[in-house]
Design a protein around this ligand. Sequence first.
Ligand code: DX5
Ligand code: ZN
Length: 234
Amino acid sequence: MSTSRIKIAPSILAADFGRLAEEVVAVERSGADYIHVDVMDGCFVPQITIGQPVVEAVKACSNTPLDVHLMIVDPDRYLESFVEAGAAVLTVHLEACTHLHRTLATIRSLGARAGVALNPATSFEQLRWVIEEVDLVLVMSVNPGFGGQKFIDSALRKVDALRALCAQHGVFPEIEVDGGVSAKNAEAFGRVGVDVLVAGTAIFRAADYAQAIDEIRAKAQLGRTLVDQGVEVV
Ligand code: DX5
Ligand code: ZN
């Protein structure tokens, strides 16, 4: 299992948009490893959220890498503009891509890291023939579209099996989970080998962002350590 520190990516979907710059700086100072930006088009998912100008504004107020999650149909149309706006990781949904291999190669050629997201109903097996082209796999633990939903626990088994697929291929993309993550389930995600935890509500609705981030990370790190020490899951 990886020895690097588990990363925390606060999702600004749960931030106060009226004070977005302040909110971004606050989570950056509180130990965020990525700023997770949820881009929704009202078509792939029901809501419309953030576009390139807002990504640019977030980029301008922070040095933390932007982890941009595109929940949009036909994302090829917008890869270049989101990388230009400041995405360090650009993640597309497998379900939204007709030629996923080409899309991932394009993201890398633009100088960003290529991510692919899987809805809860999508099998990780569909990544088998593109896994070498992927820098990050985002396993959705809710159906995308809204913050504040309850996590779907099949995501845990999916992460576990996905890690095995990656190991078979000798590649180690970061594995990220997104949706309903909190200090309550972070240990379980740590146990199955997650590298990055996205959390919106659990961080931005907490009174103390640093405490919320530390707690989620500590629980996840504990899960990983217990597995490394061979402690059985009860
Ligand atoms: C959901 C988004 C998530 C969302 C997570 O479609 O992709 O990033 O903001 O929010 P919480 O942590 O509140 O479930
Ligand atoms: Zn997201």
